[in-house]
Design a protein around this ligand. Sequence first.
Ligand code: PGA
Length: 250
Amino acid sequence: MPRQRLIAANWKMYKNPDQTREFFQAFLPLVADHTRDEIVVCPPYTDLHAAVEATTGSNVAIGAQDMYWKEEGAFTGEISPGMLLAAECTHVIIGHSERRQYFGETDDTVNLKLKAALEAGLTPIVCVGEVLEEREAGLTEDVLRRQCLRAFHAISAKKASRLVIAYEPVWAIGTGKTATPQLAAEAHSLIRTEAAKAFGDRLAESMRILYGGSVKPENAKSLMAEEEIDGALVGGASLDAQSFAAIVKY
Ligand code: PGA
């Protein structure tokens, strides 16, 4: 069965609830009849309510950008899987490189979060990718293997059925530099091989691997032409309704 592509927006720390409502007012009509791909928008926590309200009954799902792995407790500033479900989120980004770079996310916390998200019934989008120094030192494959191995640790194939991976070379995020479709496809194959080792061929074959890193309306089509690329995780270009709709419709 061909994999349905998933186009996801990562708004990062942009937009308030009013701006969220404005975005969806403009965006929803542009994609109203779009059934080819799954569409997800991940706004900041404080916009989740407005986003869910605006998209109820539409073809757009809402996700969060992070979560903690515990259900509740004295963890100031954190949000649990159950809270995301109660807010009617269906997806959650885990292990984004900015979380790894600035907020102490490690391969081990990614694994804990991934387990908790799957357990809760959320669809996790786990980000992996090398930084520039690693690519230049020829370490890309080692880094991706390590990130996958540790993220997938002690998770059964049965539990992992909803898992989505996003390959985001860190040197391509917000820089205007995009990995060539061929280079991305190579990384995606390696990730799929790691998934096959962890979960078996069948799950690996059906698992979606998104590309992220300066995806724009101008380059979306050539990236999506690669059979190995099952969608996109879009930062900067997802903040504008027209530009995100153009990517969705590549
Ligand atoms: P970008 O961000 O599209 O602005 O490069 C992608 C991401 O960080 O998910």
